[in-house]
Design a protein around this ligand. Structure first.
Ligand code: PLP
Length: 394
């Protein structure tokens, strides 16, 4: 091996070994077959409490059937970026249907939520502007703020007074970005209060509804429906399609001027190949199910209540979350791995979430419930937790 390559590998190996020593090394598990309440991972069948497939749509036959029709009609690849030859009738119809669903004039698709967030900040702010974010925002929002070139400030988690103080700093344009449902904590941003602060300070509020879209609100329209907020309160709405909708990608919805600006200026929209049209067709099928099968949301919320009641009876250290994300707090990374492994021994997949995804000392199992689970499976999780938590606290 040439010397520079050997030296690089030595440095990397030392860093990787240090991650292992601190219980922070991450392994991928190889999944065989579809998502569901049970999955086959690393050659074992496990009850899955770690996916974001909140409505149980990721392996729904209607989505697969729509994708097959899309493949027949459009082929596999989109061939180019949306602004070249990649934007098909299927993509366009999905954008129109999403916009109508969230009651906004227009929507724009992105290949992922990460890219959507980078694209929004990159297009809306620049040097001399200010981006303000909740400290516990998703990494893609934090990166979006950091990379935007604007001044970047964070406020204490869900602390509206702290946001108020940040907004006192003068800037040409201020963009406030927040998760709606915090991805690792499961709690909700205090959106009505955030919207009031932004309105008073003439700041633009952007909400990432990755974990609310499809799940929150009677119709599944997401966090704004949950809080009964009008579209003016949140001029920039983003949501992902890889969670409750069971496919992947994301969209941004807002005014015509906002969406046309993103088309002209968002580099992560312009300079990337459009996702396949078959994906757009599958997502349209998912949106139809979100609209017509409200029993999925009702079932999910009943399972959340069942799990929380059982966990309270067992005195399990859960965070105060009413959403499908139910974090079980452990503390140090090594113990989180021990608990996760012990649950796997009992047939339960509950992935340990460690720093830097969460702050040091707050490693946890991010348990998630989906409409695909049954009451009996939730009870099985509670039963396994009873045994495992007792053995680690000994
Ligand atoms: C709040 C939030 N925003 C954005 C993303 C990124 O979305 P994507 O996975 O589509 O890149 C995620 C998770 O994946 C998320 O939890």
């Amino acid at each position: 091996m040439p010397k520079a390559a050997q030296q690089l590998d030595r440095v990397l190996r030392a860093e990787l070994d240090s991650l292992t020593a601190r219980s922070l090394y991450r392994h991928r598990r190889i999944v065989e077959g579809p998502q569901g309440a049970e999955i086959a991972a690393n050659g074992r069948r496990l009850l899955n409490f770690s996916s974001n497939d909140y409505l149980g749509l990721a392996a729904h036959p209607a989505l697969a059937e729509a994708a097959r029709r899309g493949l027949d009609q459009y082929g596999t690849g989109s061939g180019a970026a949306h602004l070249v030859t990649g934007h098909t009738r299927a993509h366009h119809a999905l954008e129109e249907e999403l916009a109508e669903f969230v009651q906004r004039p227009q929507a724009l698709l992105f290949p992922s939520g990460y890219l959507a967030n980078l694209g929004i900040a990159g297009a809306l702010v620049k040097r001399g502007d200010l981006v303000v974010e909740d400290r516990l925002n998703h990494a893609s929002l934090l990166d979006a703020g950091l990379l935007s070139g604007a001044r970047f400030a964070r406020y204490a988690h869900t602390d509206t007074d702290a946001l108020h103080r940040r907004l006192a700093t003068a800037a040409r344009c201020t963009l406030v970005m927040t998760d709606s449902v915090f991805s690792m904590d499961g709690d909700l941003a205090p959106l009505p209060a955030l919207a009031r602060e932004c309105e008073q300070a003439q700041a633009v509020l952007m909400v990432d509804d990755a974990h609310g879209f499809g799940v929150l609100g009677a119709q599944g329209c997401g966090v704004l429906e949950h809080f009964g907020l009008g579209t003016d309160a949140v001029p920039v709405l983003m949501a992902t399609l890889g969670k409750a909708l069971g496919t992947c990608g994301a969209f941004v919805a807002g005014s015509e001027a906002l969406i046309e600006t993103l088309i002209q200026r968002a580099r992560t929209y312009i300079y990337t190949t459009a996702p396949p049209a078959a994906w757009a067709e599958a997502t349209r099928a998912a949106l139809r199910l979100v609209r017509t099968e409200s029993w999925r949301r009702e079932k999910l919320h009943a399972l959340i209540a069942r799990f929380r009641a059982g966990a309270a009876a067992l005195d399990l250290p859960l965070l105060d979350s009413r959403t499908a994300i139910q974090p079980l707090m452990i503390g140090d990374a090594a113990s989180a791995l021990t608990v996760s492994d012990a649950l796997a021994e009992r047939g339960i997949l509950a992935v340990a979430i460690r720093p830097p995804t969460v702050p040091a000392g707050s490693a946890r199992l991010r348990l998630t419930l989906t409409a695909a689970h049954s009451d009996a499976q939730v009870d099985q999780l509670l039963d396994a937790l009873t045994h495992v938590m007792r053995s680690v606290s000994r």
